[in-house]
Design a protein around this ligand. Structure first.
Ligand code: 6R9
Length: 642
């Protein structure tokens, strides 16, 4: 099934769009003036005297001389503008009926108290604070409290092991950790505090641990280190004057995996980052005052930073924050939340969409989701099949889908349709948003013609760009800038192609490109072909070593629930389907039907592990998997011949 449909922006969204077509040319004509205009969205204590200092590339400084407090911009200014009674967060706990709605005025009080408590614990401007928490409001409060006192935070995903936590604590030398006794996952309390206790043994730099009581489970306690949130924050004053920091003051460090074992601490600073997060959240989701916004990402991921904390709160939006999994206590939980809170903008990942497709449309169809007006996708290429399903089934065939390409390093959305301007093409992230310039280039850095593929690069600096890798300027230069040093391009590490109209299709990480008999094949394209078969819910493709062809295509496939075991000929049927969709060269050598796929917390398939299976090796390091048992399931399924 080839998808050639184009989805025009709905007339009402187009007519009232925050950004119109002219924004592209305005931004291109004077990029710095355009960014200065976006920075005006924020409240500055002191205005900048220079928009961009790019005298020493690739080390950028934005809004030089400006002074600003990110926390003030996310809470106080809304209260001061008379919007203190507006709900900032509708928090939905996993146990049903465990909910809280928090207004901006309440959020300001809580953030102020937490800022005072952190100061009392000895945290000073510039000190690093680690946050290791479930999806509860205190996690957001902790982040904003850190920002308020100029202590860069590093949020570590609550699903990570104590080892992963320890290495991050050590790398950024965090003196304080904010955590909770535990959280709820699939109906049961799970523990977090023991992992912090364990990590502290390997990272003795930690002096204090601030603990939120979420589940009430038993915890080990060390009086010289551990402090209950309720005691420290609960008793602190709600008066706190935010200090203005230099625009380039570090806001946070977010660790992301690199090609080597050691995770990279991506550093974001204050003024430029907040400008980028606020601008893109407003432009790409066409944000209006009465929107109810819901980003399903975990705060332990960059999407949770830019589009759950800094972007939406800087913009004063009402948003939903959900603690649990999509299928607890039942499969329609998300849609129930959309219905109850009349969510208008939903931002999630293709992997979630594909798992809903697998369960069938009857589940979402039971809910009234007519409030939805814009849908977003992030994290991986969205295959046309999932795009169309998302739009039709979740969006009632009315909602534009914005497929947003960006990275931890970029800090904000870079390539995306604009809902009021762009006629969407399923599967394409389209073109860079106004203010951003990107290209697809050859190995030598030459722009490829339409209809060809190459490497995705960003050709001009942008306000929310990473400033460096924490403590490792050389690695920063080597990883992102060395490849196209002469041209001064940022190398994103993704492959992409330009279609005949010049629109961009991101194909995935460059290391996901296979070479079969000298043909370059993208894993994404073959996965997309597999998923377009009616019996297939999800697919992951890897290139495995092959004596004849160099690499061979190996596919792992999850079938849709209603397809049962797919029938005896399912493998032959799927191979034929790929041959028809892409061509004989792309036909998988092997197709394995599996119950699950190994994914990171942000929904990215860990193809490295599947390659181990495909090449009959022992499976490598699984510590960054969201669910560590998945590889066992796959191996068992394969050995039982299923
Ligand atoms: C925000 C986030 C970044 C990598 C990126 C690319 C992939 C993200 C995508 C996409 C195709 C999209 N990616 N969004 N690929 N289309 N819309 O995911 O950050 O975790 O750092 O991952 O994710 O490969 O390079 P991060």
């Amino acid at each position: 099934m080839h998808e050639n449909r184009r989805f025009e922006p709905p007339a009402d969204i187009a007519a009232n769009a925050n950004l119109k077509e002219d924004a592209y040319s305005r931004a291109a004509a004077d990029r710095e003036a355009f960014w200065a205009e976006q920075a005006e969205r924020l409240d500055w204590d002191t205005k900048w005297d220079r928009v961009l200092d790019w005298d020493n590339p690739p080390f950028a400084k934005w809004f030089v001389g400006g002074r600003i407090n990110a926390s003030y911009n996310c809470v106080d200014r809304h209260v001061e503008a008379g919007r203190g009674d507006k709900v900032a967060i509708h928090w939905v706990g996993e146990p049903e009926d465990d909910t809280r709605s928090i207004t901006y005025a309440e959020l300001k009080d809580e953030v102020s108290r937490a800022a005072n408590a952190l100061t009392d614990l000895g945290v000073r401007t510039g000190d690093r604070v680690a946050i290791y928490m479930p999806m509860i409001p205190e996690a957001v409060v902790a982040m904003l409290a850190c920002a308020r006192i100029g202590a860069p935070h590093t949020v570590v995903f609550g699903g990570f092991s104590s080892d992963a936590l320890a290495s991050r604590l050590d790398d950024c030398q965090a003196r304080v950790v904010v955590t909770s006794d535990g959280g709820y996952r699939r109906g049961a309390p799970s523990a977090l505090k023991p992992a912090v206790d364990e990590a502290r043994k390997k990272a003795p730099v930690v002096e204090k641990v601030l603990v939120v009581k979420r589940t009430g489970q038993d915890v080990d306690w060390d009086d010289s280190v551990d402090v209950w949130w309720d005691d420290a924050v609960g008793q602190a004053s709600n008066e706190h004057t935010p200090e203005a920091f230099d625009a380039e003051h570090p806001l946070y460090v977010m660790y992301t995996s690199g090609t080597t074992g050691k995770p990279k601490g991506i550093l974001h600073t204050t003024g430029g980052y907040l400008t980028g997060a606020s601008y893109t959240h407003w432009a790409v989701f066409d944000l209006k005052d009465d929107d109810v916004y819901w980003c399903t990402a975990d705060i332990g991921w960059v999407t949770g930073h830019s589009y759950l904390v800094y972007g939406p709160l800087a913009n004063g939006v009402t948003q939903v924050l959900y603690e649990g999994t999509p299928d607890s206590p039942e499969r329609g939980r998300w849609w129930k939340i959309v219905e109850q809170h009349k969510v208008t903008i939903l931002y999630t990942a293709p992997t979630a969409i594909r798992s809903f497709m697998k369960q069938g449309r009857e589940i979402p169809d039971k809910h009234d989701m007519s409030s939805l007006r814009i849908l977003g996708s992030v994290g991986e290429p969205i295959n046309p099949e999932a795009y169309v399903w998302y739009r039709q089934v979740i969006g009632g065939d009315r909602t534009p889908v914005v497929d947003t390409w960006w990275q931890t390093e970029t800090g904000m959305i870079m390539i995306s349709p604009l809902p009021g301007v762009t006629a969407g093409k399923p599967g394409s992230a389209m073109i860079p948003i106004p203010g951003i310039s990107a290209d697809v280039v050859t190995e030598e850095g030459e722009s490829v013609p339409n209809g060809s593929g190459g490497y995705l690069v960003l050709t001009a600096p942008w306000p929310s760009m990473l400033r460096t890798i924490w403590g490792d300027d050389d690695r920063f230069v080597d990883t992102y800038w060395a490849k196209y040093q002469d041209q001064g391009f940022y190398f994103a590490g993704d492959g992409a192609k330009k279609d005949e109209d010049g629109d961009l299709w991101v194909l995935g990480r460059v290391d996901d490109v296979m070479n079969v008999s000298g043909h370059r094949l993208s894993t994404t394209e073959i996965e997309s072909a597999l998923v377009s078969h009616p019996k297939v819910a999800e697919a992951a493709v890897v290139g495995a070593k092959d004596e004849d062809t160099g690499q061979a295509v190996c596919a792992f496939v999850i079938l849709r629930d209603e397809a049962g075991d797919g029938g005896d000929d399912i493998v032959a049927e799927l191979r034929k389907h790929v041959r028809k969709e892409i061509g004989p060269i792309a036909t998988p050598r092997q197709i394995m039907i599996v119950p699950e796929l190994p994914k990171t917390r942000s929904g990215k398939i860990m193809r490295r592990l599947l390659r181990d299976v495909a090449e009959n090796r022992e499976v490598g390091d699984v510590t960054t998997l969201a669910d560590g048992s998945v590889m066992d399931l796959i191996s068992k399924g394969l050995s039982s011949g299923k």
